[in-house]
Design a protein around this ligand. Structure first.
Ligand code: 2NE
Length: 272
């Protein structure tokens, strides 16, 4: 594929650690606490797509520039009556497509969080597979304070992560939680000192990269399947097809079709 890393992005930085199998995507609007606008999301989607298509990449890190924020959600200055509008006269909520893309990406995505992960930024870390937080990280929803909400993944996945009561607390009261509170709630995986956040994240990436990519791929879709309904089953089912295509049995079907003969599946066992 065309390598998109380092190329013409305005709102993000997209890097690959050559030979390491790790891609890093950084939201680069620190002056707005890494709030996203439609362009930011479009660029994020381009980068995630590239990381998906690049077979040398096994893990993707999503983070925010600087130490003050991972992401503060949608850019409120650009909020319109129908979403967020930057260069168009109409608004978009394209971050919802990005959430789905991260869920379906067949490689682990790790949120590396320093500072605030709030509002739509909190939802982005929740849809990532793992979250590694610095000790200065702060988590929470702000929607009800600013007249917004996420009734999709932002509600359902949160409820899965922290339980229905705590999810109601997080949304109804819109409080902020420290990294240690978030860890205790099961919202994140681990808290580390800010100085070693990247080092620790890379350590987790390398541990994952030592393992079977197919096992990881199938496990990600399996862990999402129930919550993602038909789309989740389709993702999991697609993995079964992908693996089946590598077998002699599947190949016999294709070869017979190409050779205009009846397939002979008799030698393939009907396993117990
Ligand atoms: C993030 C937070 C808690 C940080 O507070 P603090 O005190 O560290 O920084 P400050 O001074 O508030 O922010 C620094 C600059 O960044 C801008 C601020 O306006 C400020 O700009 P200046 O005054 O320096 O010019 N900024 C920060 N967050 C922004 C944002 N989201 N949009 C535009 N500008 C932003 C504090 O800043 C905060 O609470 N931010 C707002 C968080 C928020 O409510 N986000 C939106 C939630 S709704 C959402 O994301 C969403 C959804 O619910 C559904 C679908 C899609 C999106």
């Amino acid at each position: 594929c065309d390598d998109e890393s380092g190329k013409g992005f305005v709102d993000i930085i997209y890097e690959k650690a050559l030979g390491e199998g790790i891609a890093k995507i950084t939201i680069n609007r620190p002056e707005r606490r890494n709030a996203f606008r439609p362009l930011t999301v479009k660029e994020l989607m381009r980068a995630f797509n590239d990381a998906r298509d690049d077979s040398t990449i096994g893990v993707v890190i999503l983070t925010g520039k600087g130490t003050k924020a991972f992401c503060s959600g949608g850019d409120q200055a650009l909020r319109s009556s129908d979403g967020y509008a930057d260069f168009d006269s109409f608004g978009r909520l394209n971050v919802l497509d990005l959430q789905v893309q991260i869920r379906r990406l067949p490689k682990p995505v790790i949120a590396m969080v320093a500072g605030y992960a709030v509002g739509g930024g909190h939802i982005l870390h929740m849809v990532c597979d793992l979250t590694i937080a610095a000790d200065n990280a702060v988590f929470g929803q702000t929607g009800p304070k600013v007249g917004s909400f996420d009734a999709g993944y932002g509600s359902s996945i949160m409820s899965r992560l922290v339980g229905p009561k705590k999810a109601r607390e997080m949304w109804f009261l819109s409080r902020f939680y420290t990294a240690y509170e978030a860890e205790k709630m099961g919202l994140i995986n681990v808290v580390v000192p800010l100085e070693i956040l990247e080092q620790e994240t890379l350590k987790w990436c390398r541990e994952i990269l030592r393992n079977s990519p197919t096992a990881i791929r199938v496990l990600k879709s399996a862990l999402n399947a129930v919550d993602d309904g038909h789309a989740g089953l389709q993702e999991l089912g697609g993995n079964a097809t992908l693996i089946f295509y590598g077998t002699e049995e599947a190949n016999e079907g294709k070869t017979a079709y190409m050779e205009r003969r009846r397939p002979d599946f008799s030698k393939f066992p009907r396993k117990p």
